[in-house]
Design a protein around this ligand. Structure first.
Ligand code: FE2
Ligand code: FE2
Length: 237
């Protein structure tokens, strides 16, 4: 396995090796939405030496227990408790802290202007997305339904990409957590909370995209040919 790591996809490695996701996160590599990118390709953007990251991955204990169950019902329970409920509990406080920091330090050159609004948008979009999973997709999965499940899975994958885009904007606004030396307690608590949100959200999406969804039929059925849509043959005068 070790000799082929560079030809494996990030999501695949994150599933196979407990601890790999923390390494990818440290190097700013997207293992959840960009989980199908091969390691040899993914190292190019952050400019990490392939040999260095392969060595770090090889040093991981492959037999270490995973922090999540793989059976769909148990994994859905884990996702709901560990991620959906955590996002709902923590995001309102992060928005409150961001509003406070932006207001109190409005004239500071490093103030994360726009962060509260970006977090509000992320919270709204996440809530809408999680409600769809809880009301439609997860109940289908608990029933073992495979027929007709490819479309809702595809929809959720597209929404995960959108969450990833919003997360990148949040990380830009909070300067990847780099604090000014004189930052107050609220500012420090805000950045620590945003970092945790980013880590949680990436792991949440990774578990759905790379562990849960592949256990179900993900091939979209071919579209039926509609006779009304067939273009008429060109008339030759
Ligand atoms: Fe989810
Ligand atoms: Fe999701």
């Amino acid at each position: 396995m070790n000799t082929t790591l560079d030809r494996m996809a990030l999501g695949e490695i994150a599933v196979l090796l407990p601890g790999a996701s923390a390494i990818f996160r440290r190097y700013g590599m997207d293992f959840c939405c960009g989980g199908d990118v091969l390691l040899a390709e993914a190292v190019k953007e952050p400019g990490v030496a392939l040999e260095q990251i392969v060595a770090e991955l090889r040093a991981l204990d492959q037999s270490a227990p995973r922090a999540y169950p793989e059976e769909p019902g148990a994994l859905i329970d884990h996702i709901l408790e560990r991620y959906h409920e955590t996002h709902r509990r923590e995001l309102p406080e992060l928005i409150r802290l961001a509003e406070k920091v932006e207001r109190v330090h409005a004239s500071h050159p490093d103030v994360p202007a726009g962060l509260a609004e970006a977090l509000r948008t992320a919270a709204y979009e996440l809530e809408t997305h999680m409600m769809k999973e809880e009301a439609v997709l997860f109940p289908m999965m608990r029933l073992g339904t495979h027929t007709g499940i490819a479309h809702p899975i595809q929809r959720m994958r597209i929404e995960h990409d959108d969450h990833g885009e919003r997360l990148r904007e949040i990380e830009r606004l909070y300067r990847n957590g780099v604090l000014p030396a004189e930052a107050c307690g609220s500012w420090r608590a805000l950045y620590a909370g945003v970092r945790k949100l980013a880590d949680d959200l990436m792991q949440h999406i990774h578990l759905e995209n790379n562990v849960l969804f592949p256990q179900f039929a993900t091939e979209l059925p071919a579209l039926p040919i509609c006779p009304g849509m067939v273009m008429p043959a060109k008339q030759i005068d």
